[in-house]
Design a protein around this ligand. Structure first.
Ligand code: NAD
Length: 354
């Protein structure tokens, strides 16, 4: 076995069904009594449920969390924080709400309890991406990591089947890139494989029956493990491409990850045979070929396969290729302008990865 360094990110995780009821106990364990609740405008009823569970003992609710964590929204929320004298943050929602919780916590030092309702995985990473004047900047700092994560499968039952599918593939993408990360290690490989195994079985079951609590529970468990991979291993081409495409062409986060993943994996495949084998071993029907397994999974999920389906124009392919290769970053295969352009063109057109 090769030498390696494994650095765990210390978060406390409460997992299960009905676990949201543990929130008052968790706050009192921490000596906190006046949290500001955070959510999106679409999830105010879940925030209202939290307020009831806390017997109304909250500083208030800020319900304008927005995708890609715009700094203007964070500043608005900071004003609310100050005026209410909140002593902690409780974020309930997907990656967008978690992002706001992280942005507030790093600015104020307040304890952040995160209650995720998608499979994005941000709740277990020390990473924060913020947008200002149309530019998304990402930073990593141990202080960004939420202190407590409460996974309650009951809260994910309302996640529409289509978003469950793409959000789950977003999670799988974290594990895929962890399997060939420069700073990868055997512990992360175990988590990555188990995360993909759980999601690859659960997602088609959710699409077939969105009310299946067992499938939802497995998906949430898988998403947690994949999130740990994202927080521990360096990401490469796939995440950089999605970041560029999402930020520059305003494409939806989870859907973009879903379209790009097989193409980015096919690009890197010749340089990462070990990762391809580990992935093929946990993707049903792959027959030893991870790309085949991934394509099969996406077909079963019935997800959209082309970036053009989300409004990207063919004329943007050149600009996307330029941006994706303009900054050097670690990737198992050298970034070659021509093949990267062809990768993006195939993803744009919705062709199968080769
Ligand atoms: P999201 O948080 O934007 O949620 C998408 C929509 O679904 C929102 O309207 C939300 O209110 C709704 N929703 C969420 N959960 C629901 C539920 N259970 N039932 C019904 N509706 C629900 O989407 P996301 O994909 O979770 O997060 C995307 C954002 O997270 C992006 O900004 C991305 O950059 C960021 N992200 C960051 C990290 C990190 O480590 N920093 C990791 C992954 C994603």
């Amino acid at each position: 076995m090769e030498n390696f360094i494994y650095q765990a990110n210390p978060s406390r995780v409460i997992f299960g069904s009905g676990t949201i009821q543990k929130l008052p106990e968790e706050l009192s364990r921490l000596g906190l009594s006046k949290p500001l609740l955070l959510c999106t405008p679409q999830q105010t009823s879940q925030a209202a449920d939290l307020e009831k569970i806390l017997g109304g003992k909250v500083a208030g609710t800020f319900s304008r969390a927005t995708m890609h964590t715009p700094v203007e929204v964070t500043e608005e929320a900071l004003e609310v924080l100050k005026s209410t004298g909140a002593d902690s943050l409780v974020a309930i929602g997907g990656g967008s709400t978690t992002g706001l919780g992280k942005a507030l916590s790093i600015r104020t030092g307040l304890y952040h309890i995160c209650i995720p309702t998608t499979y994005a995985g941000s709740e277990v990473t020390p990473i924060l991406g913020e947008t200002q004047a149309g530019l998304k900047k990402t930073r990593s700092d141990p202080k960004i990591l939420p202190g407590t994560v409460i996974y309650d499968v009951d809260l994910t039952m309302t996640l529409p089947a289509s978003l469950s599918a793409t959000s789950g593939v977003n999670a799988i993408a974290h594990s895929v890139e962890a399997l060939y990360a420069q700073n990868g290690n055997p512990i992360i490989n175990l988590l990555a494989q188990e995360g993909v195994r759980a999601l690859a079985a659960a997602l088609p079951a959710i699409v077939a029956d969105p009310s299946s609590r067992e499938a939802r529970s497995s998906a949430l468990y898988g998403a947690w493990l994949c999130g740990i991979c994202l927080g521990n291993a360096g990401m490469s081409l796939h995440h950089k491409l999605c970041h560029t495409l999402g930020g520059t062409f305003d494409l939806p986060h989870a859907e973009t990850h879903t379209v790009v993943l097989p193409h980015a994996l096919a690009y890197n495949a010749p340089k990462v045979p070990r990762a391809m084998k580990m992935l093929a071993d946990v993707l049903p029907g792959s027959d030893g070929d991870a790309i085949r397994g991934l394509n099969l999974l996406l077909d079963k999920l019935g997800v959209k396969r082309g970036l053009k389906d989300f409004g990207m124009k063919e004329a943007d392919v050149d600009r996307a290729a330029e941006l994706a290769t303009s900054n050097a970053y670690p990737n198992p295969r050298e970034l070659e302008q021509g093949p990267i352009r062809e990768l993006i063109r195939r993803a744009w057109a919705g062709e199968h990865a080769k």
